[in-house]
Write a protein that binds this ligand. Structure first.
Ligand code: PXP
Length: 238
């Protein structure tokens, strides 16, 4: 099964924001990622706009021609933005305030009431909704119960354990992805995926729908260039 590569371009915005001005240009970067083979563009606007800004998201919507995935914690402002842009996919993430990066998935049991209405509102606007979850069966079941379209497995712990025991690292992900498939949920994956661990992840879970990758891909592009790097990541998914 084909797995889409969605490139998270937040890091490019971080670089731009370091100096003010418009270098590197986010709009050009998104178009180039697509030209080089990316099958989706992901952005993760945060309330402090420290990387992608809300205004970037509006502009990107005019140029992204592959799948546009907006991820983040569903604050009022975030939801207003997503409903205005109407991307193909919205990935809801339980970011605590002041975290450097997302570091866990939803507790879909405790957050059922909070998330159910939001999911329904997004879906009634034609937006596919994905829930970021750890590889834990009851939370995947909870996502299905709330009628989410898909889950994104948080791969931080996979990436962390990979270097010491890759078979142990992948096991809960295989079980979780199979379980999601059995109850009719598509499975995406993301966080800390890189050129070391991606091919192994894909080989063990060939039916993964999409991976969204930012940090490592943008770091690798410093050495290999953006075009080569995207091609290298695509090859890991073959
Ligand atoms: N998925 C989610 C929900 C994220 O928050 C992030 C990081 O912004 C990613 C995927 C991509 O992770 P990384 O930058 O480590 O590739």
């Amino acid at each position: 099964m084909h797995t889409r590569l969605s490139v998270n371009i937040n890091k490019i915005a971080t670089l731009r924001n370091a100096r003010g001005g418009n270098m590197p240009d986010i709009i050009k970067a998104a178009k180039d990622c697509e030209r080089f083979g990316a099958e989706g563009i992901t952005v993760h606007p945060r309330p402090d706009e420290r990387h992608i800004r809300y205004a970037d998201v509006i502009q990107l919507n005019d140029v992204v021609s592959t799948e546009f995935n907006i991820e983040g914690y569903p604050t009022k402002e975030f939801l207003e933005l997503v409903l205005k842009v109407k991307p193909e996919q919205c990935t809801l993430v339980p970011d605590a305030e002041n975290v450097i990066t997302s570091n866990q998935g939803w507790d879909t049991i405790k957050q059922k009431e909070f998330l159910s209405d939001i999911i329904e509102q997004l879906q009634s606007n034609g937006i596919r909704v994905s829930l970021f979850v750890d590889p834990i069966e009851q939370f995947i079941e909870g996502a299905k119960f709330m009628n989410a379209d898909c889950i994104e497995l948080y791969t931080g712990s996979f990436a962390h354990i990979f270097y010491s025991d890759k078979h142990k690292a992948i096991e809960p992900y295989i079980q979780s992805a199979k379980y999601a498939q059995s109850i009719g949920l598509a499975t995406n994956a993301g966080h800390d995926l890189n050129l070391d661990n991606l091919a192994f992840f894909k080989k063990n879970i060939p039916f993964i729908s999409e991976v969204s990758i930012g940090h490592a891909l943008i770091c690798d592009s410093l050495y290999y260039g953006l075009e080569n790097t995207i091609q290298m990541y695509l090859r890991q998914l073959k």
